[in-house]
Every structure is written in structure tokens, then in C-alpha cells.
Design a protein around this ligand. Structure first.
Ligand code: DGT
Ligand code: CA
Ligand code: ZN
Length: 588
């Protein structure tokens, strides 16, 4: 039993209590416990009562429930709730825009207890007239339902990569493979993934196939062949494994990494050079003689190309740049020197600033920015001005004690509906970094959303626009933005743009990231960590950065602390604010 499973059960309880209209504090207690359990480094199933009670937000009652669930595999309290709340209702809550109160009301009034029933009624206009439901509400529900249906065929990369890595590890241990690698969209770090593609080299394909189809993670074997098998994992993700001879490993890897469009271009280029490439190797067209295929570099080398990193293989100019020896030197995870968007216990994070520092140090970072929420609309536990200033003071005193590490005192300020920023400038100027973002009014027209972002960027104290499109992959569409205007103003005001590494966000997206770079806009990859292990999300953000052709210098958080402060300060200097008696950036 994993921590994640326990967290899931607590979240489920919270949802059911919500549908029942239970006490909000009790509901929040379950949610908070779930969040803290998910963030634990240690395995919860081995813990004693006393240890359990040491976890923040876990008292005796929850500790007992954890014990019951981890030892028996079920929880009476949950089973009782399930009898009161039909499972279909819970499923309905996954429809974006449908809250527990409405779900409950639909059930009470119309006995709606499944997404299908909801869809049928909404299509007929059968929900109109119920409390709070207009034609527009029905439209939005239908859009939400469509989003869920689409979600089922692509998964966010953050759900797929850990599963894939686990499979690779098990195959390395249990199957006679000489070499093995991920391929497909996963190797290209796309933000969503249809299925996992794995390529292995072995001279005993049958044995590899047997090991693969008998892994404990397999829920269903779809196809079991001599060199290719497909399975569905317990998580519901399809995995295709292909086994090739060692001397075709490179060409098979290139072929199945794709993208298809990239491969088409490679083959065209090959023909021009009198060569043929396929998954088995590179061949001379005239003689049919095999020239290479063991290594992936054989393929690119034979075509006179520099090696093209998988993230660039989308047929968006990479082959030409490679021919001209002008490929970017892509940023790497190890170039990241800090995280500029982190939440602490002061707002809705799970950890103290000291705990966050310890973890960041373990990752080799030089700094983090604490950016707790302001008190905006729709934000849980935002900080008042007094709390923010108190936090800032605490950070100063922590910094005085620290060696070789700095904490930037910051905030994630809400951009209000009219474009105003939650804190006044006198407060903002005391911070080292200000991250601004939209948390409400997602359905406003394009012009208004763009206006809000523009007016935030025009504030000289705003350093970075966080999760600029507001999307939650598979759950919420991006709000509409005039990207040309957004990026132009970012450029002119010297505002940086975030690539939010949280796997459901991953915005700015790869395409706009590349565009932003082209315009000379600086970016930052940040995790928006609320719970410790979310620091791990950095790699997904770096994946997007690489897909956006970013080099080290394009990202704020690859610079060392001093250089970073200078960059953050440059916007203020441009606006004629910094210099002289400003108390901001006191550390400089
Ligand atoms: P996905 O799975 O939709 O997230 O994206 P991919 O790129 O992983 O696509 P997938 O799994 O259908 O195929 C993996 C790679 O195999 C693909 O990127 C290129 C190669 N491939 C698959 N089918 C074809 C094909 O019909 N022609 C060519 N040239 N390549 C193919
Ligand atoms: Ca795939
Ligand atoms: Zn945040």
C-alpha cells in the first residue's frame, strides 16, 4: 500500500462529505491530511500510531483510520459513506464546473447520478430552471463532459513517466536486455502522452516478452507477439514493447521515438543522399549494404546531421538547423539553480520555510523563492499584508543564518478581475520577487483577460507571470489570451514568463515558449510546490523548456543568486524605480 493510495482514500472521503454538506472544517482536515501524506518521504504503511500522529494534520482519529486502511485494505467509514453517496455522484464531481452542492441538488431533484445521465439531460435542456442553472451553465457542463471524455485517451506526462520508469527498471532487472530505452512522445517529453513506447535490444526476444507480459503491473495483455507486445497497466495506460537485435537498436529507437513528421523528413533527406533508413538501419540504396543502425547517432551521422535531441524532433525546423550546425545547446535539469515559485505553510503549502530549504539544498539548489498566495478571490489561506511582512522578516533572519543558500522573499499575487494587483506597491517593493497570476474569472472574454495580464506586467514590481494560461490538462481549458499582445508587453516591460512545471499545467506551452524566446523574453521554470515531493516536477518543466528550444541563458533560474537578483532588478531600473534609497533587494 502506497502513501498515494491512502491520500486518495482521504480525498475521496472529503468529496463525499462535501456532497453530504458536512462540516467544512472536517472536510478540509481530510484534504490537508491527504496532501501531507502524499508529501511524506517515508512509507506510511510501516508507521506506528505515534509516528502517524507526528504527521501534520493527523490526530488520533485519522491515525486510527490510516492503520485500519493499511492493515485491512479497507475502511469501514468509507464503506458507510459509499452507501449514502452513490458512486456515480462522485464521478460527476470530475466534470469541470460541477461542484458538490450542484451535484447533490441534481441528485435530489432529478435523481441524476451518472455523467451519462447528466449529459443526456443537459443536451435536452432538461436542467434549466433548477436553482442556479441557466442555458449557459448547461453549455459549460457539456463542454466539461467533453473534456473528460477526451482526457481518457491522453494522459498528462506526470502520470505516465513514473509508471514508465518503474517498468524500465523491472525489465532491466528481470529480462535479458542488453539495452533498453523509452521512445515515442514520452522520450520527446510531450505534455500529454497516449501510450508508453519501449525499445529493447536482446538476443532472446521470447524471454523478454514473457517477462514483460508477466510483470505484476500488467492488468491486461492486449497482444503478445514474438518481437512486439502490448499491455495495459493497472493505471490503465497502454505500453508497447518492441525487441530488436542489438545492431538495430539505434535505428529502431530513432524510428519509434518519432515524431512521424520528423521521420518523414529524415527519410526524404536519406533518399537525396542515396540512402535508405528504416527501423532496421541505414542502408546504401544501390548496393543494399547496411551502413549503420546500432547507435542512434549512426542515423544522424550518415545524413550529415548533428544529433537532434528527441525534444526537438517535431519537424519544426530542427533538421535544417542541424544541417547548418546551429542547433541550440538545450538547457538541462542540472543547470537549474533554484525554484522561484514555492508555497509554505503560511498559505496553502504543507511545510515550513526551513523544511523547504533543507529539501532544496538536497537538490543542489542555491536559492528558492517563497511565494505564498495573496488574499485574492477564490484562494484558500492567502496572506494579509501583516502576515506577508512578518514572513518577510522571518526570511531575512533565516538568511542571516544561512550559508551558501538564499531565500527570496516573494509572493504570488492575485491579478484581480480589473487587472489590479492584490498588494499595494509599497508592500511589493519590499519583496525580492513578485509572481503574479490569475485565479478567477476564467471565462472572461479574451480582451479582458489580456487586459488583466497586461496591466499586471505594467506594474514594475511584478517579476514573473505565473501559469500564464490557467489550463489544467484534461480538467480545465486555458482561458483565452491574445498571445501576441501578451508576449509583446512582456518583452517591452521586461517581465519574465513562467513555465509552470506542475504536470497538469505545463504552461507556458512548448510552442509559445519557443515564440517567447524568439522575442527575447526571459522565462523561468518553477514547480509551484505545495508538498515536498512536488519539487520533483522540475523535470517536466525543463522538458517543456527544451521542447521550446530554450538554452540555459533563457531561464532566470539557471543564474546564480547574484546574477538572478540583477536580472530581477533590471525591470525596476527600466521603470526608473530602482537605485538609491530603495529598500528592495537589500541583499545586493
Ligand atoms: P502518442 O503516443 O500519441 O503520445 O505519440 P507518439 O509519437 O508516441 O506516437 P505513437 O505511439 O503512435 O508512435 C510512436 C512513434 O512510432 C512515432 O512517434 C513514430 C513512429 N511511428 C508510428 N507509426 C508510424 C507510421 O505509421 N509511420 C512512421 N513513419 N512512423 C510511425
Ligand atoms: Ca506513444
Ligand atoms: Zn502557486
Amino acid at each position: 500500500m502506497k502513501n498515494q493510495d491512502v491520500a486518495k482514500v482521504f480525498n475521496e472521503i472529503a468529496e463525499m462529505l462535501e456532497i453530504k454538506g458536512d462540516n467544512p472544517f472536517r472536510i478540509r482536515a481530510y484534504r490537508r491530511a491527504a496532501q501531507n501524506i502524499e508529501g511524506l518521504a517515508d512509507d506510511i504503511s510501516g508507521m506506528k500510531e505515534e509516528e502517524l500522529k507526528g504527521i501534520p494534520g493527523i490526530g488520533r482519529d485519522l491515525a486510527d483510520k490510516i492503520k485500519e486502511y493499511t492493515t485491512t485494505g479497507s475502511l469501514q467509514f468509507l464503506e458507510d459513506l459509499k452507501r449514502e453517496v452513490p458512486p456515480g455522484l462522485l464521478e460527476m464531481l470530475s466534470v469541470p464546473g460541477l461542484g458538490p452542492k450542484t451535484a447533490r441538488m441534481l441528485f435530489d431533484k432529478l435523481k441524476v447520478s451518472s455523467i451519462d445521465a447528466l449529459e443526456g439531460l443537459a443536451k435536452k435542456g432538461g436542467l434549466r430552471g433548477l436553482p442556479g442553472i441557466k442555458a449557459r451553465t448547461e453549455e459549460n457542463l457539456l463542454k466539461g463532459i467533453e473534456l473528460i471524455k477526451r482526457r481518457s485517451d491522453r494522459f498528462p506526462i506526470g502520470r505516465v513517466l513514473p509508471v514508465a520508469e518503474d517498468l524500465l527498471k523491472k525489465l532491466r532487472e528481470n529480462a535479458p536486455v542488453k539495452d533498453i530505452s523509452l521512445a515515442g512522445s514520452l522520450r520527446r517529453w510531450k505534455d500529454t502522452i497516449k501510450d508508453i513506447d519501449i525499445i529493447a535490444a536482446s538476443n532472446n526476444a521470447a524471454k523478454v516478452m514473457r517477462a514483460f507480459t508477466h510483470l505484476p503491473d500488467v492488468k491486461e495483455v492486449i497482444m503478445s507477439g514474438q518481437t512486439k507486445s502490448s499491455i495495459i497497466t493497472r493505471e490503465g495506460i497502454q505500453v508497447d514493447l518492441r525487441v530488436v537485435e542489438e545492431d538495430s537498436f539505434g535505428s529502431a529507437l530513432a524510428y519509434f521515438t518519432g515524431s512521424k513528421e520528423h521521420n518523414v523528413r529524415l527519410r526524404e533527406l536519406a533518399v537525396k543522399k542515396g540512402l535508405k533508413i528504416n527501423e532496421y538501419g541505414v542502408f546504401d540504396l544501390k548496393t543494399g549494404k547496411k551502413i549503420g543502425g546500432k547507435k542512434e547517432t549512426d542515423i544522424y551521422g550518415s545524413l550529415g546531421l548533428d544529433f537532434i535531441p528527441p525534444e526537438l524532433r517535431e519537424d519544426s525546423g530542427e533538421i535544417n538547423e542541424s544541417l547548418e550546425k546551429r542547433l541550440p545547446d538545450l538547457v538541462n535539469l542540472k543547470d537549474i539553480k533554484g525554484d522561484l515559485h514555492v508555497h509554505s505553510k503560511y498559505s496553502d503549502g504543507s511545510h515550513t520555510i526551513e523544511e523547504l530549504i533543507d529539501e532544496a539544498k538536497k537538490r543542489g539548489y542555491q536559492y528558492i523563492a517563497i511565494t505564498d498566495h495573496s488574499k485574492g478571490l477564490g484562494i484558500a489561506r492567502g496572506l494579509s499584508i501583516e502576515q506577508l511582512l512578518e514572513q518577510s522578516k522571518q526570511i531575512k533572519s533565516i538568511n542571516n543564518r544561512l550559508r551558501n543558500f538564499m531565500v527570496l522573499s516573494g509572493a504570488e499575487v492575485d491579478i484581480r478581475s480589473d487587472g489590479a494587483i492584490d498588494y499595494p506597491d509599497e508592500v511589493l517593493k519590499k519583496l525580492d520577487i513578485v509572481v503574479a497570476s490569475i485565479h478567477s474569472g476564467f471565462r472572461q472574454p479574451k480582451e479582458q483577460i489580456t487586459m488583466r495580464l497586461v496591466s499586471a506586467m505594467k506594474n514594475p514590481h511584478v517579476s514573473i507571470i505565473a501559469h500564464p494560461t490557467g489550463r489544467l490538462i484534461g480538467e480545465r481549458e486555458a482561458y483565452e489570451i491574445d498571445f501576441d499582445e501578451f508576449l509583446t508587453v512582456a518583452k517591452h516591460t521586461g517581465t519574465a514568463v513562467e513555465i509552470n512545471a506542475y504536470p497538469l499545467r505545463l504552461d507556458l506551452s512548448d510552442i509559445y515558449t519557443r515564440k517567447a524566446k524568439g522575442m527575447g523574453i526571459r522565462l523561468a521554470v518553477s514547480t509551484d510546490t505545495h508538498v515536498m515531493n512536488q519539487f520533483d516536477f522540475m523535470r517536466y518543466g525543463v522538458g517543456i523548456a527544451r521542447r521550446g528550444w530554450l538554452e540555459k541563458e533563457d531561464l532566470l533560474n539557471t543564474y546564480d543568486y547574484k546574477a538572478l537578483l540583477k536580472l530581477l532588478r533590471s525591470k525596476l531600473i527600466r521603470a526608473g524605480i530602482a537605485g538609491g534609497g530603495n529598500d528592495r533587494k537589500s541583499a545586493l
